[in-house]
Design a protein around this ligand. Structure first.
Ligand SMILES: [Mn+2]
Length: 240
């Protein structure tokens, strides 16, 4: 019996009104649309469990969430930083490091691209205004299906193979990558210079995406290749 690859969805955490772990349903739906079987990976800091998650899944989808604690990339928290959770950091950053070690495919969205960068030694702008006062609006008020800024894609990257030179995206982030980790290639920027996508160098399929492709999927198929390719890469990894 042929099995669809299992894609682990990296959940987030909330304390109120009671502690919950959850994901936005756009993420599992995107995996299913891409041809995979989603499973949710609950928040934990138990290293053995994280290691087992890494072994159980063929690929991974890191989701959006709160800001990463600036202490995790060696900065004092600025007044513009949003809400943070050390628990979430200590779940997702070690898990990302284990996934990278396993060389399994992943897509890391929004907070995910930031987790990827910090896990590899990079830093963040705690608010995009720290990059420039003239920065474009990156928290759009339009709905998830509306695109509000273009991104220019670097030739020679895997993202370029999927989408070509330029695409329009939605935008729901107030932070962005500052120092980009050495192991990452910047694959797309907004015309204002903000990093919008990265990929892991010499890696099967390790994509960081600052916008919300999963949130665009209910409206049209423009972002489907990103998830189809995640599943495809996870199949060949599963067959290794
Ligand atoms: Mn943006």
């Amino acid at each position: 019996m042929s099995q669809k690859p299992v894609i682990g969805i990296v959940t987030v955490h909330d304390e109120s009104p009671i502690p919950r772990i959850f994901t936005n349903e756009h993420y599992p739906k995107a995996v299913i649309r891409g041809g995979g079987t989603p499973v949710m990976l609950p928040v934990t800091t138990d290293r053995e469990v994280l290691q087992q998650f890494t072994g159980l899944c063929d690929g991974f989808l890191f989701s959006g969430g709160q800001d990463i604690s600036p202490m995790r990339y060696g900065e004092l928290q600025s007044r513009l930083c949003g809400s943070t959770s050390l628990l979430l950091d200590d779940f997702q950053i070690p898990l990302m490091q284990m996934v990278l070690e396993s060389r399994k495919p992943f897509v890391a969205i929004c907070r995910g691209i930031q987790v990827l960068n910090v896990a590899l030694g990079g830093t963040l702008y705690q608010d995009v205004t720290e990059y420039s006062e003239k920065v474009a609006k990156h928290i759009q008020e339009a709905n998830r299906g509306d695109v509000t800024h273009p991104v220019e894609i670097q030739e020679g990257t895997q993202l370029y193979d999927l989408f070509g030179k330029q695409i329009w995206t939605n935008s729901f982030h107030h932070q962005a990558l500052k120092k980009v980790a050495d192991r990452l290639t910047v694959s797309a920027r907004c015309p204002d210079g903000i990093v919008e996508a990265v990929e892991v160098k010499d890696y099967p399929y390790g994509m960081g995406i600052q916008w919300h492709p999963e949130g665009m999927l209910p409206y049209d198929d423009a972002m489907l290749p990103l998830f189809q390719e995640l599943v495809r890469a996870s199949i060949s990894k599963a067959a290794d």
